[in-house]
Every structure is written in structure tokens, then in C-alpha cells.
Design a protein around this ligand. Structure first.
Ligand SMILES: Nc1ncnc2c1ncn2[C@@H]1O[C@H](COP(=O)(O)OP(=O)(O)OP(=O)(O)O)[C@@H](O)[C@H]1O
Length: 254
């Protein structure tokens, strides 16, 4: 396989707790992968390791064939590994257009000009308008983030990530917290992502997983226990046991 993203034998422990246990995962351009697992399985830790927000104890991370272990989080974004910006990290007083414009400036190496009127730059504005239009946010381009609906803020996260022109996109529960009436627009945005982009989505909503993913990876207690088709995942005995075990644990704790 011609991997755009490859993790081999990744390992991380917090004290005595191993949260990433010899994890290997490879993705090709165009892959649509859902990363699922019970609460506390290590999904977020895995994403933090690959984005450079956590340092692994062992293992290698490659983006487009380059080892990025020694490259920081911003450097990995430059190499094409982008995690969707979280709603909690959007600036409430800024507009969607300003968010996209800033991301375009960052990508094109002009972030020193962020405090000028960068939206007056023709190329920045053109790209901003196009991206907001694609995601159905054109009418909100100049409203403050605090004034737009939560579902639209989540669409803006995707738009900001896309402005960085990723090769690999990591999405953390893109529809979580969005009212049912608006989840269709998020799903449409996911369906419209460029076909050559590799997407890894952490998701708890299994309906969304089955509609989006061509491949499902299941983490349990830091270990990949399944990597295969959506069709097979529900039949897998280890997967069933991991989820049932976590429910039993939750019920016991309640
Ligand atoms: N900085 C940290 N220090 C110590 N333990 C941590 C740290 N970060 C995460 N953990 C622990 O690592 C384990 C895996 O957590 P992680 O958040 O990666 O799981 P998750 O699969 O993303 O869970 P959820 O679905 O609930 O978000 C948990 O037991 C968590 O408490």
C-alpha cells in the first residue's frame, strides 16, 4: 500500500497505565477510517501522539514517507497532518472569514500579516469565500462565531482544517453535541471531502460510523483489537466483549 500516514509500534504509558500499546496503523490517500472504542480506550491519546501533542515512549510516525517523530505539532500540520480545530478553540469574537483567512495565511507562510487587513488580500478572500460557500457558511462569513449555531461552528472547524490543505485529516467526533436537525449538514460536509484526502474519524455514533467509514479500527485498553470492514466489526467476538465489558464496568461503577 502507498501509505500517506503510517504509525508503527507506537507506545505510551502514563505511569503504570499503558494507553497506547504497540499500535500500528497505516492509511492510504482516500481512506475513510473510523477509530472507535469504549471510553478510556486511548483514542484521544493516540491522536495526541500522532499530532505531536504527546511524546511517544516508542514507535514511529510517518507522514508521506517522512519520519515526523522529531517534528513538532505545527511542523506536522505543514507536512499535511491536520486535526480539526475544536469548537472550544474557535475565537468567539472573530468571524468565520477571519478564521479561514488566518488558516490560509498560516499555510502560505504569511502568518506575520495576521494583524493587518488580511481579508483585503485578494487570494485570501477568494479562497475564504470558496471554502465557506462549499460548507454552506457563506451567509455567515462576517458574523461573530458567538452568534452562529453550534452545528455551524462545527462546520467551521472542518472549514478551518480544510484551509490548511491536509493530506491526512483527523476528526474528533465531528457531529457530537449537534442537534439532530443539523447533523445532516455535517454528514454532507464529510461526504464532500476531497476523494484523495485520508480521513481518520473518532466517533461514538455507530450510525455515522457505518455511513462514513469504509474501514473501522477498534481500540480497547490501548490495543488495536480489530481493523477491518464495517460489515465485519459487529460480528467480531473481541469487539463485542470489549464493549460489553465497558458497559458492565460502567454499570458496576454507577
Ligand atoms: N495526561 C494523562 N495523564 C494520565 N492519564 C491519562 C492522561 N491522558 C489520558 N489518560 C488516561 O489514559 C486513558 C485513555 O484516555 P483517552 O482519553 O485517550 O481515551 P479515549 O478512548 O479517547 O476516551 P473517550 O472516548 O472517553 O474520550 C484513560 O484511562 C485516561 O484516564
Amino acid at each position: 500500500m502507498n501509505a500517506i500516514f503510517e504509525v508503527t509500534n507506537l507506545r505510551k504509558a502514563f505511569g503504570g497505565l499503558t494507553v497506547t500499546n504497540d499500535v500500528s496503523l497505516s492509511m492510504a490517500p482516500g481512506d475513510r477510517v473510523a477509530l472507535i472504542g469504549p471510553n478510556g480506550a486511548g483514542k484521544t491519546s493516540f491522536v495526541n501522539l500522532v499530532t505531536g501533542n504527546l511524546r511517544p515512549d516508542a514507535g514511529e510516525i510517518h507522514i508521506a514517507g517522512h519520519n515526523v517523530n522529531r517534528i513538532d505539532a505545527i511542523g506536522r500540520v505543514r507536512r499535511g497532518l491536520v486535526r480539526s480545530f475544536q469548537v472550544t478553540r474557535l475565537f468567539q469574537d472573530m468571524t468565520p472569514a477571519e478564521h479561514i483567512g488566518m488558516a490560509v495565511l498560516q499555510r502560505t507562510g504569511r502568518s506575520g500579516r495576521m494583524f493587518g487587513n488580511f481579508l483585503a488580500m485578494r487570494d485570501v478572500m477568494a479562497e475564504t469565500e470558496e471554502l465557506l460557500g462549499t460548507l454552506g457558511l457563506a451567509g455567515l462569513a462576517h458574523r461573530k462565531v458567538s452568534e452562529i449555531a453550534y452545528g455551524q461552528q462545527r462546520l467551521l472547524e472542518i472549514a478551518v482544517a480544510m484551509a490548511l490543505k491536509p493530506k491526512v485529516l483527523l476528526l474528533d467526533e465531528p457531529a457530537a453535541g449537534v442537534p439532530q436537525s443539523d447533523t445532516g449538514r455535517i454528514e454532507q460536509a464529510l461526504a464532500d471531502l476531497p476523494p484523495d484526502l485520508a480521513v481518520l474519524m473518532i466517533e461514538h455514533d455507530m450510525d455515522l460510523v457505518f455511513r462514513f467509514a469504509k474501514r473501522v479500527v477498534v481500540l480497547a485498553a490501548g490495543t488495536i483489537i480489530f481493523d477491518g470492514s464495517p460489515k465485519d466489526v459487529t460480528q467480531d467476538a473481541r469487539v463485542r466483549e470489549a464493549y460489553l465489558g465497558s458497559y458492565a464496568h460502567a454499570r458496576h461503577a454507577a
